[in-house]
Ligand binder design. Structure first.
Ligand code: NAD
Length: 373
């Protein structure tokens, strides 16, 4: 592992162009704790608020120094931070210091913290400057890219949010070295999703892994590069999420319902999305005859050590209700992302109840659900 802060190396920058903004996505090693790197992107004297959780501040204290003693705003770690109560408390902290609109809010953490920071920046004085520092694999390949932010309500995930582009995203590979294995594997779920919706080569690479084994550095870099390319491509085509960007919701209809049904405790986001992709594959098998897809999906999830069965505590009726609350529901019927085969994706309406129940039975380990008699 490379220590953060001593030497740094920007190994690449992707410029993400959307109608509203240009975002520089820097990836490299040792960036976060390096004052020289930060001063190149942040003019001296610019007020900075570092929004992060206590465990992450403790883990990466160098960042605070490299930023020149910013205002530090601590938020709850992980999913509990994504709430309107927390948003209000952050506004109050910013108001205490009269934090200006021209200041930079730096959101450092996993997808939960960067989603929260994005929402705060989008709404603070109608839009402050935003830099995101994703510290999880999910954040570096997905959550910090594309400007979507949001907080949860008890009725469901991400029901309140905006699309607001950061001016920079800093993905420092060195920080991934401390990521717990379970969170690392959750990030691989989002990369597999990118394989289904845009780059099937990702799935071939995943297939080359020993089940549940380690992922070598070179392979990881290729998986990340490919995943990021899929996400950036869809965001650039459709920033406002009216069309193809919604392919990225693949696996999320059931996945987000599972997260909400289990109180955001039993499954992390990537695990839930993985099971959601299995559900979607089963729906494709039942309604479109994509018979190989469920087993293929299960194989990819197994390769990267992700769960492939929903626990018996999750009840179909609750999930069915929660899927109806999905924010992607439109006035003409709830939307569902269907993949017919890797790289071939459609936006369709929700499967009917009988199909959903059958597919649910498959992910709950009751088998069938593959369209076979
Ligand atoms: N906005 C988007 O487009 C988008 C896309 C995907 C996911 N998301 C959101 O992202 C969230 C999930 O993100 P996540 O998987 O990063 O989980 P997370 O943000 O909940 O973080 C998981 C855990 O990892 C810890 N952690 C973070 N970085 C670490 C590091 N380098 N070393 C050790 N521990 C570290 C955190 O403290 C936390 O406990 C969900 O809320 C999801 O809705 C948003």
């Amino acid at each position: 592992m490379v220590a953060i802060g001593s030497h740094y190396r920007v190994t690449g920058t992707t410029v993400i162009n959307t109608a509203g903004r240009t975002c520089n996505f820097d990836y490299g090693l040792g960036l976060l704790g390096n004052g020289e790197y930060w001063s190149a992107i942040r003019p001296a004297g610019t007020p900075v608020a570092l929004l992060t959780s206590q465990p992450l501040l403790d883990r990466f204290p160098e960042v605070r120094h490299a930023l020149g003693q910013p205002q530090v705003v601590i938020v709850p770690d992980g999913e509990p931070g994504k709430s309107l109560n927390v948003v209000t408390s952050v506004y109050e902290r910013l108001a205490d210091t009269r934090f200006p609109r021209t200041g930079i809010i730096v959101g450092m953490g996993g997808g939960a913290v960067t989603d929260l920071a994005g929402f705060v920046a989008a709404t603070w004085k109608r839009g402050a400057r935003l830099v995101l520092v994703p510290t999880t694999l999910t954040g570096q390949v997905d959550a910090a890219i594309g400007g979507k932010n949001g907080v949860n309500l008890t009725d469901g995930k991400n029901l309140v949010g905006t699309i607001f582009q950061p001016e920079r995203v800093i993905a420092d590979r060195a920080v991934l070295g401390t990521l717990p294995d379970r969170d690392f594997r959750a990030g691989l779920a989002e990369i597999i999703k990118c394989g289904f919706v845009g780059d099937p080569v990702i799935l071939d690479l995943v297939d080359s892994l020993p089940a549940g084994g380690p992922v070598g550095d070179d392979l990881l870099r290729e998986l990340v590069d490919r995943g990021v390319r899929v996400k950036v491509g869809l965001v650039e085509q459709d920033e406002q999420d009216h069309g193809p960007r919604r392919y990225l919701n693949y696996g999320h209809t059931l996945g987000q319902a599972v997260e909400a049904a289990t109180g955001y405790r039993e499954y992390n986001h990537g695990e839930a999305v993985g099971i959601g992709m299995l559900f979607a594959a089963s729906v494709a098998a039942i309604v479109q005859g994509a018979r190989e897809l469920p087993e293929r999906t299960r194989r990819y999830l197994t390769r990267v050590g992700l769960p492939t069965r929903l626990s018996a505590t999750v009840d179909f009726e609750r999930i069915w209700t929660l899927m109806g609350q999905d924010k992607k529901a439109g006035s003409v019927g709830r939307e569902f992302v269907l993949c017919l085969r890797p790289g071939v994706v459609r936006l369709t309406s929700m499967p009917d109840r009988a199909v959903a129940r059958e597919a649910f039975r498959f992910v709950a380990g009751g088998e069938r659900g593959t369209g076979r008699d």
